[in-house]
Ligand binder design. Structure first.
Ligand SMILES: *Cc1c(COP(=O)(O)O)cnc(C)c1O
Length: 389
């Protein structure tokens, strides 16, 4: 059973104080994000990868407060749709700091990006590549390859995107022949990837592609986009981001020696996840029979209002409550009329026996993939609010 969470394992005392002061004035449910924590994690990543370019994956949390902060710190942006593009450019981000990283896109959307000045595109298929050649002539192309590692990533992203190495090479040759700039390789080893070795295997594949295209086709690739996948702090532990950086830099040196290509990082979760606390309130506590040993705790936030990453209990958020005392195993579920709206049933969270209706629950490490996943009006519940300190 998951024992009582110590907030200070996840937040500095100052950050928690700032968040709590704001939280105490608001009606649940909502997320409070601490901008200083995001700033800290950005700096940590840049220190770990001093010569890499950071492209923040906007989907993790598209709040303008975060876009403004990262823009000011010099970040670039990984964008997946025309809506994200308008939002980020609306904050004054220049087109040369934007990459269109979604491999699934309409031809007219590619044209829209091109007209806005964006010149770097991801692809993983011939049809998409031909669309890019027409709608965004001369642009930089990087091809996303499939990677292994879905067993050790808590939120895998690998199967839907990417192609096999042979196809990646063919696409890069075709890109050149279509008048595009065959620029590099990308991959994403899976979000919340706990096995750093996943990057080793992927970088080795990139190396093979670099060599073969140079030797056999005279194409000089310039860039490797090593994706996101860096961890935030949940109940299932992962290494520190600095350890990821040390190891990944070593993999790059082993494969490329002193000719390391330009490196792009696309962090989402690791930049913003640790900065947020989602605050909810207990709506109801019940037992399903007189002798049942498990209480059900229903709270005013659920799978449809920001906690979709509890699907299959993939992401185990640390949940803090103020009450102390004897713990009991509970099932934790959301407020909607959908029986999929159960967050944790197999993994047993221990919450105090004296937990009562109206008490607050603090879901730590909820700065990433919560507000951006929240439904608009399921059962009439409004989207999850967020505040910044
Ligand atoms: C979602 C996504 C990311 C961010 O991944 P994290 O694991 O949250 O860091 C990066 N790149 C692409 C292409 C993505 O789709």
């Amino acid at each position: 059973m998951q024992q009582k969470i110590d907030v200070h394992d996840y937040f500095s005392p100052e950050a928690f104080k700032r968040i709590k002061a704001l939280a105490d004035t608001q009606e649940t449910p909502f997320v409070v994000n601490d901008l200083a924590t995001i700033s800290y994690h950005y700096d940590e990543l840049v220190t770990g990868f001093p010569s890499a370019a950071v492209y923040y994956a906007v989907k993790a949390n598209p709040a303008v407060e975060i876009i403004d902060l990262l823009k000011a710190k010099g970040s670039s942006f990984d964008i997946a749709s025309i809506y994200e593009l308008d939002k980020v450019m609306g904050r004054g981000v220049e087109a040369d700091r934007i990459s269109y990283g979604n491999t699934i896109k309409k031809s007219k959307d590619i044209r829209y990006f091109y007209e806005k000045g964006v010149r770097m595109y991801a692809t993983d298929s011939e049809a998409d590549l031909r669309n890019i050649a027409k709608a965004a002539p001369g642009s930089k192309i990087y091809v996303r390859i499939l990677t292994e590692g879905s067993m050790t990533a808590d939120w895998p992203l690998s199967r839907k995107f990417g192609c096999q190495m042979d196809m990646a090479m063919n696409l890069l040759i075709m890109a050149r022949d279509l008048g595009l700039d065959a620029y590099g390789i990308s991959f994403h080893v899976g979000s919340q990837q706990r096995d750093i070795g996943a990057w080793d295997a992927a970088i080795a594949k990139a190396k093979v592609i670099f060599e073969r295209l140079k030797d056999e086709d005279g194409i000089n690739l310039q860039m490797i986009n090593i994706g996101g996948g860096f961890p935030a702090n949940y109940i299932t532990k992962a290494n520190e981001v600095t350890t990821y950086a040390e190891e990944i830099n070593r993999f790059l040196e082993e494969d490329f020696g002193d000719e390391i290509p330009k490196i792009i990082l696309e962090p989402g979760r690791s930049l913003v996840g640790n900065a947020g606390i989602l605050v909810s309130e207990v709506v109801l506590i019940s037992r399903k029979s007189h002798t049942s040993l498990n209480r059900w705790v229903f709270t005013d936030v659920g799978k449809f209002s920001g906690l979709i990453e509890t699907l299959d209990e993939s992401i185990k958020y640390p949940i803090y409550v103020e009450k102390e005392g004897e713990l009991e195993e509970v099932v934790i579920a959301g407020p909607t009329c959908d029986s999929a709206d159960i967050m944790y049933e197999n993994y047993k969270y221990g919450l105090p026996l004296n937990l009562a209706i109206g008490d607050r629950m603090y879901w730590l490490t909820t700065g990433a993939y919560t507000t951006s996943y929240s439904a608009v009006e399921f059962n009439g519940f409004p989207p999850l609010k967020s505040y910044f300190v």
